[in-house]
Write a protein that binds this ligand. Structure first.
Ligand SMILES: Cc1cc2nc3c(=O)[nH]c(=O)nc-3n(C[C@H](O)[C@H](O)[C@H](O)COP(=O)(O)O)c2cc1C
Length: 217
């Protein structure tokens, strides 16, 4: 199938959304935890969390336009902190449910039966079952003028990752940690590690360093 710009515009909006939301590939699956200034908890699913660089250690995500109440955004404005929690396989239905529009005073942890975890030094809640939990301090935001979305940038302050999925060189194996991926806004994929390759050099084949093709340890 080939879709031109005109075809895309004439598609029924739901079909267009399915195609556009999925065509860039499988996206990251995270729950973002926050509190407001009265320490009321909030938890929401996001598929737009992205790595922004490791020096300084930055992470970002995209928020929909601020034309309706956005609790995650309001909380981050108030307290400047948020947690990013990788969604594990056995939590995807509860995680999906956090996307419903709950009232400000209703904690998704309670309503969606997701157990919170608190760390010393942080007032923000984390997701206990998550195998990768990240504490972020709000750094800045950028308005995306084309559509009114907002890119939030956070500085990573702490990472808690389950030992079972971390190699000696601190490589994270997402298959071992039961991480998942998201297609569009409704499809959940499990993750399988195919291979890990050496740094690519010109005119030289990369070597397998993990997985079925492995040539060295
Ligand atoms: C799979 C999935 C991924 C989502 N990803 C995002 C996202 O990246 N950005 C966003 O603004 N909303 C995203 N949403 C919608 C939010 O989860 C939803 O608007 C939620 O109610 C926000 O809650 P809050 O107002 O408590 O922050 C996603 C929803 C689903 C089901």
């Amino acid at each position: 199938m080939i879709f031109t710009e005109e075809n895309l515009q004439s598609l029924p909006s739901r079909h267009r959304a399915n195609l556009i939301n999925n065509c860039c590939g499988i996206r990251t699956a995270n729950l973002i935890g926050s509190v407001d200034e009265d320490l009321r908890e909030n938890l929401s699913i996001f598929n737009s969390v992205m790595h922004l660089g490791s020096d300084p250690v930055l992470i970002g995500f995209i928020l929909r336009p601020l034309t309706v109440e956005r609790h995650t955004y309001d909380n981050i404005q108030q307290t400047k902190f948020f947690s990013i929690n990788q969604i594990p396989k056995d939590l995807y239905t509860e995680a999906h449910q956090t996307s419903a529009k709950y009232k400000k005073n209703e904690s998704e942890f309670e309503t969606c039966a997701i157990e919170p975890e608190y760390f010393d030094d942080y007032t923000i809640p984390f997701v206990k079952k998550s195998n990768i939990k990240i504490a972020c301090r709000y750094e800045s935001e950028y308005n995306i003028k084309e559509n009114g979305c907002v890119m939030i940038i956070g500085k990573i302050e702490m990472i808690a990752v389950d030992d079972s999925g971390v190699g000696q060189d601190l490589w994270i194996n997402h298959e071992k940690l039961n991480s998942i991926g998201i297609g569009g806004l409704d499809t959940y994929y499990s993750v399988k590690c195919m291979d890990r390759l050496t740094y690519a050099q010109t005119h030289q084949d990369s070597k397998s360093i993990y997985g079925p093709q492995k040539t060295s340890s």
